[in-house]
Design a protein around this ligand. Structure first.
Ligand SMILES: Cc1cc2nc3c(=O)[nH]c(=O)nc-3n(C[C@H](O)[C@H](O)[C@H](O)COP(=O)(O)OP(=O)(O)OC[C@H]3O[C@@H](n4cnc5c(N)ncnc54)[C@H](O)[C@@H]3O)c2cc1C
Length: 310
């Protein structure tokens, strides 16, 4: 793993902020797992992001953008490239009255956490995002994942997504031109080059603040009842197959509590693989394979991971 000293210097001056070299990614994922990245940079401005992306192309440097790492399993050997995080400049929230779609359009920078956005909407008496109450991560990550809960998903409230291509071009596309599926933004998967989501617009309605608050509170409470506490994880590990629930299938195969090294199928919710202490990515991957094989043997269903890998 390495980078030539001259390039390192150039990167440091382009970043305009401190570059964390050999940065342990376990500190940047909710699984608390992962080896070091060659470098980690928090970018605060769009122009700087564009310049960095061009620099990566020019010098064939691998890079990846991450949000809060709540849907991510990072390899034990880490990442031989630059990890980008979006900083404060990408965390702004604003509203635009009676947009062309009626109601209120909320504009949010991609680094904004879902928690802050949901709270902000609650305070403003804006409905539409209640389903996201209690989902960790950033709105940028939520677009990539088409995050959802309780039968609703982000794509339903999206008005537009603004992203930067790996060649530094800024594009804003309206929802009608974006193709989302269950926990996937298809265009992102198909794109030849990686993209960095920098902002979104969301369609909200005006509603009674107390009603919004009550609904958000009830969703958060349901999560507290159903999900493991205190053990690092990345939420639902597998996607739910059509018409069934991954958790139900894993539980039916008797796998709750199954352990590989420090990784365990949560006894609380079978679709949560948890780091019960010192788990490595290799432990989680081996546990994942064991679960997939047994569930397929028992039900004929092949579980697909929802978690992304790095
Ligand atoms: C306890 C718990 C509960 C959860 N519950 C839910 C739930 O109910 N529903 C649900 O859908 N998810 C859930 N999740 C998963 C996760 O919180 C969401 O998928 C979230 O939207 C991920 O956001 P993030 O910022 O953490 O993304 P990350 O995990 O950092 O990244 C996810 C992917 O998106 C990419 N990415 C991140 N930001 C950007 C960006 N700005 N531009 C381009 N690519 C980007 C990353 O490279 C990666 O491939 C849960 C997770 C946990 C830990």
């Amino acid at each position: 793993m390495g980078m030539e000293a001259g390039l390192k210097k150039e990167l440091e001056s382009l970043a305009g902020t401190s570059v964390s070299w050999d940065c342990p990614l376990s500190e940047y994922t909710s699984f608390a797992i992962g080896g070091p990245a060659l470098a980690l940079i928090t970018v605060h401005e769009l122009a700087r992001l564009q310049r960095l992306l061009l620099f990566f192309v020019e010098h064939t440097i691998q890079w990846r953008i991450i949000g809060k790492g709540t849907n991510l399993l990072v390899s034990d050997t880490g990442f031989n490239g630059v990890i980008l995080l979006l900083g404060k400049g990408f965390g702004v929230i604003a509203r635009e009255e009676a947009g062309e779609h009626g109601g209120v359009v909320v504009q949010a920078g991609a680094a904004c956490s879902l928690a802050r956005l949901v709270n902000w909407c609650e305070e403003q008496g804006l409905s539409g995002l209640e389903f996201a109450a209690g989902i960790p991560g950033t709105i940028g990550g939520a677009v990539i994942m088409n995050a959802g809960a309780w039968g609703r998903e982000l794509a339903e409230v999206l008005v537009s997504v603004t992203f930067v291509t790996s060649k530094g071009q800024v594009c804003t596309l309206p929802r009608a031109e974006l193709d989302f599926g269950y926990r996937i933004w298809h265009d992102h998967e198909r794109a030849e080059d990686a993209r960095v989501v920098v902002a979104v617009e969301l369609q909200c309605g005006v509603a009674d603040q107390e009603q919004i608050r009550t609904l958000c509170r009830s969703y958060r409470e349901k999560r507290r009842m159903k999900q493991p506490k205190g053990e690092p994880n990345a939420g639902s590990f597998f996607k739910n197959p059509d018409g069934d629930a991954a958790g139900r299938l894993i539980e039916a195969s008797g796998l709750k509590g199954l352990i590989v090294g420090g990784a365990m199928v949560s006894p609380v919710h079978a679709n949560f693989l948890v780091n019960s202490g010192g788990a490595t990515a290799a432990d989680v991957l081996e546990l994942m394979e064991k679960v997939r094989i047994k569930v397929e043997e028992d039900s004929g269903i092949v579980l697909e991971p929802e978690v992304h890998f790095l």
